[in-house]
Design a protein around this ligand. Structure first.
Ligand code: CP3
Length: 333
């Protein structure tokens, strides 16, 4: 698998490519399957349909890896917090975490309830060509905790940050509990057939560097060490979004560092990891901008193993034709 070889530092003539949110609304086929499922969470919970949408971008666009279709928020859901997705509003938890009792009530056996994810991985691995990698994933403890404390996306993360400064012991208790569940969750994904695990820390940039290291990265280190020690052949990718200012401080037992579009690759190159990224997703609106962006990334990574990706998820109104053009620029131009 060219994707896995690259994760472990082997440079190939052509960069492997996949895209965050590659199974999603820019594809008519995704929208059709989602309509059959009824709603987003039903799609996540139906392993056959989840597998179907996982395979779509690989079948249609020939990416080098598939990422299992699910959502980072199925973990808080199975920890015991009812989740709904509201059109225009995004994810909402009506019950939130604000006290010791709330943390104690969380279901430590959440990983055993996520069978629909493992079944989707098993089925997808059976159907996927042997030269294509299957990526499993989870949200990082900090990013999951923010949703559980805020109840929804936030501009300021004030409730979460109030907890880490006002009651750090409670925050650590919550983060440690999430981390224990994620170890088992990722391990089960590996046992089901995932070849790599990506840890999404989407709200990394909400914290000042010292707080990020103490309340977020520390738990990624713990999770990555656990997985790497038991499964050295599985590639571990961390994607801490918006940490360009202190990216050199991030050490962990990971193989690949996902670089977001706001962090220069030259800066990320000072870390010891293989890099993944980081085309600005809005470049996909313009073929000229795509070509230019790909050329810049190729020039900056010409001597190294590198995984091509966007610097965050693809937006729903990107024309599929432009994605095809991007892949062609990466492979042929
Ligand atoms: O193709 C893939 O990348 C795999 C599937 C995937 C989804 N979500 C599907 C999804 C993955 C890896 C995620 C991760 C995820 N989910 C993150 C981390 C990555 C990031 O973008 O920073 C986060 C923060 C979430 C939480 C989440 N899920 C939000 C904020 C939303 C609503 C925003 C939106 O785009 O509408 C979701 C819903 C969601 N997850 C969709 C998809 C395809 C859109 C739902 C739909 O089909 O209507």
């Amino acid at each position: 698998m060219i994707f896995i070889d690259t994760c472990f530092g082997k440079k190939s003539d052509v960069m492997p490519i996949w895209m965050m949110r590659q199974a999603g609304r820019y594809l008519a086929e995704y929208k059709a399957t989602r309509a059959r499922a009824g709603d987003f969470l039903s799609l996540c919970k139906d392993y056959k349909l989840a597998s179907e949408v996982t395979l779509q971008p690989v079948d249609i666009l020939d990416f080098d890896a598939a990422i299992i279709f699910s959502d980072i928020l199925v973990v808080p859901l199975e920890l015991g917090l009812p989740l709904r997705f509201e059109a225009g509003e995004g994810p909402v938890f009506d019950e939130i975490i604000s006290s010791e009792i709330d943390v104690e009530k969380l279901n430590i056996n959440a990983a055993s309830k996520l069978i629909y994810v493992y079944d989707a991985i098993k089925l997808t691995r059976e159907k996927l060509a042997s030269n294509k990698a299957l990526i499993g994933f989870c949200g990082a403890p900090w990013t999951l905790a923010t949703y559980m404390i805020e109840g929804k996306g936030s501009k300021t993360y004030a409730k979460s940050k109030r907890m880490i400064y006002e009651n750090p012991a409670l925050a650590h208790k919550l983060l440690a509990k999430i981390t224990e569940v994620l170890k088992e969750y990722c391990e089960n994904q590996i046992k089901a057939g995932a070849n790599a695990i990506q840890i999404f820390d989407s709200w990394a940039n909400a914290l000042e560097p010292s707080a990020y290291l103490e309340f977020a990265w520390k738990y990624i280190q713990d999770l990555a060490s656990y997985l790497k020690t038991k499964y050295p052949h599985i590639a571990i990718i961390a994607f801490p979004k918006g940490v360009g200012g202190f990216i050199e401080c991030l050490d962990a037992k990971i193989d690949v560092l996902g670089v977001d579009w706001s962090t220069p690759l030259q800066v990320a190159a000072k870390t010891p990891y293989v890099l993944q990224g980081n085309l600005e997703p809005c470049r996909l609106y313009s073929k000229k901008a795509i070509k230019e962006g790909v050329e810049i990334i190729k020039e900056l990574t010409k001597d190294k193993a590198h995984i091509f990706n966007l610097g965050h998820g693809i937006l729903p109104d990107i024309p599929v034709e432009n994605v095809r053009y991007l892949i062609d620029c990466v492979r042929n131009a």
